[in-house]
Design a protein around this ligand. Structure first.
Ligand code: ATP
Ligand code: MG
Length: 413
């Protein structure tokens, strides 16, 4: 169904319809956010919406009014860019471009409704339903009467239109609020989830692969603020590989807000492990040191958990035994949101959130260089601990240095 021009606030440009809505009603899920939580949720959402609209050309006011959040454009702006930015804000369930009119009586409302339908839907061959709600109960008509009366006026104006109360193509919503009346029929899906900042902070182990950016996205979606750590092994891994991780962090930051990426130089530790330990155990031992170091940095930054892109059975280092051996060194909870995903399912999310193309650039991250031909797939933790004993002389000092010399890059969208 073609959507066209609406109610004097959109204009035609180059023969195309150009949306000119000034107000956007932001809908969010309310389950579990009663009482004090609700107010924290809404404030966090408003803050994240303000952050998102800053990236969009134009000036916007974001306001909270009686359980509703509105984004109002107060200058010229790019509609598509605004919608795209809002679709990255976790917590938003629907974005509704609304026409707001003052209450000048029912006849005036009816005229506006007819005009809205006319300009919004150039092709009048459609079914619709009117759904009115009143938060101001002293409005002269009740909701049922309004539905009937407004539906009738639309039918009178456009003989091609038909009412379908069960599966309407257009659900026209009319809300009588204290100060104004909202008219809308578009509900553009948002990303869902919880606003960033409502659920503490976690440390993402971010590599240049496909999985960890997706894992970061999924945890951020639950309202968790992200920090990230990347283990870099120059000259075995290139500057390009590092840049790729920075680029990925910036892409995730579109959703999560700014990410402080800690870039740890891992070369000396890797070489030392390579020198001292059996080569079939290299990957597991390296991964244990990655977790230990990420956890130390997490403690410093106030993060309460680690996040990885591990998925059971994907590679030798992700068998149950390997995951158990890696996990053993952590005292913080380790969140693995893609643990039960097939690769293809992870790829689908990566494509949806826009990280896939960057992830598949061919610059290797540090693991691949030191991978043994036949890594252990069922490591025995006691054996691994015994191997790590061989590192005793220098490893603590090396870990300390790696943490102290980590470079921090602020990654913003
Ligand atoms: P990804 O696609 O996320 O790189 P992967 O399939 O390549 O994952 P591994 O290399 O075994 O799997 O890594 C498993 C997880 O360990 C990654 O998802 C990531 O969270 C973390 N990780 C691996 N290498 C690094 C690195 N160089 N820096 C930071 N984290 C890493
Ligand atoms: Mg990887």
């Amino acid at each position: 169904m073609k959507i066209g021009n609406a109610v004097g606030i959109m204009k035609e440009e180059n023969g195309e319809y150009n949306m000119r809505f000034q107000s956007f009603l932001i809908k969010y899920a309310e389950i579990g956010i009663k009482g004090k939580n609700r107010y924290l949720f809404e404030d966090a959402l408003v803050k994240q919406i303000r952050r998102a609209v800053k990236q969009v050309e134009g000036t916007f006011e974001v306001s909270k009014a009686m359980g509703r959040i509105y984004v109002n454009a107060v200058s010229e702006y790019d509609y598509d860019e605004l919608i795209e930015a809002l679709q990255c804000v976790f917590g938003i369930v629907h974005i509704c471009p609304v026409v707001q009119i003052p209450d000048k009586g029912f006849d005036d409302l009816s005229e506006n409704i007819v005009r809205y339908m006319d300009e919004m839907y150039p092709d009048k061959n459609l079914t619709f339903k009117v759904e009115c709600r009143r938060s101001r109960k002293n409005y002269p008509l009740n909701s049922q009467e309004m539905n009937r009366e407004l539906g009738g006026r639309i039918l009178d104006a456009f003989t091609q239109m038909r009412v379908d109360v069960h599966h309407p193509q257009v659900m026209l919503k009319v809300e009588v609020r204290e100060q104004f009346i909202n008219i809308y029929s578009l509900e553009i899906p948002g990303p869902g989830g919880m606003p960033i900042g409502t659920n503490g902070k976690a440390m993402l182990l971010l590599s240049g692969g496909i999985d960890s950016p997706v894992a970061g996205y999924m945890i951020a979606k639950r309202g968790v603020f992200l920090d990230a750590t990347y283990f870099h092994a120059p000259p075995y891994t290139s500057e390009r590989a590092k840049q790729k991780v920075v680029d990925l962090a910036k892409l995730v930051a579109k959703y999560s807000g700014p990410i402080r990426l800690h870039i740890v130089n891992f070369t000396d530790i890797q070489l030392y492990i390579y020198d001292k330990c059996p080569h079939d155990e290299l990957t597991i031992i390296m991964r244990r040191y990655m977790m230990r170091i990420a956890e130390e940095i997490a403690k410093e930054t106030g993060a309460l958990g680690l996040v990885t892109g591990e998925s059971i059975g994907q590679v030798a280092s992700q068998t149950m035994q390997s995951l158990a051996a890696t996990n053993e060194v952590c005292t913080m909870p380790v969140f693995r949101p893609v643990i039960g995903f097939d690769k293809q399912e992870i790829v689908e999310v990566a494509e949806k959130i826009g990280t896939f193309e960057t992830s598949i650039q061919p610059f290797e991250d540090c693991c691949t260089i030191f991978v043994a031909k036949h890594p252990v797939t069922k490591p025995n933790v006691n054996v691994i601990r015994a191997s790590e004993k061989k590192l005793e002389e220098k490893i603590d000092e090396m870990v300390k240095t790696a943490i102290e010399t980590a470079e921090v890059v602020l990654c913003e969208a």
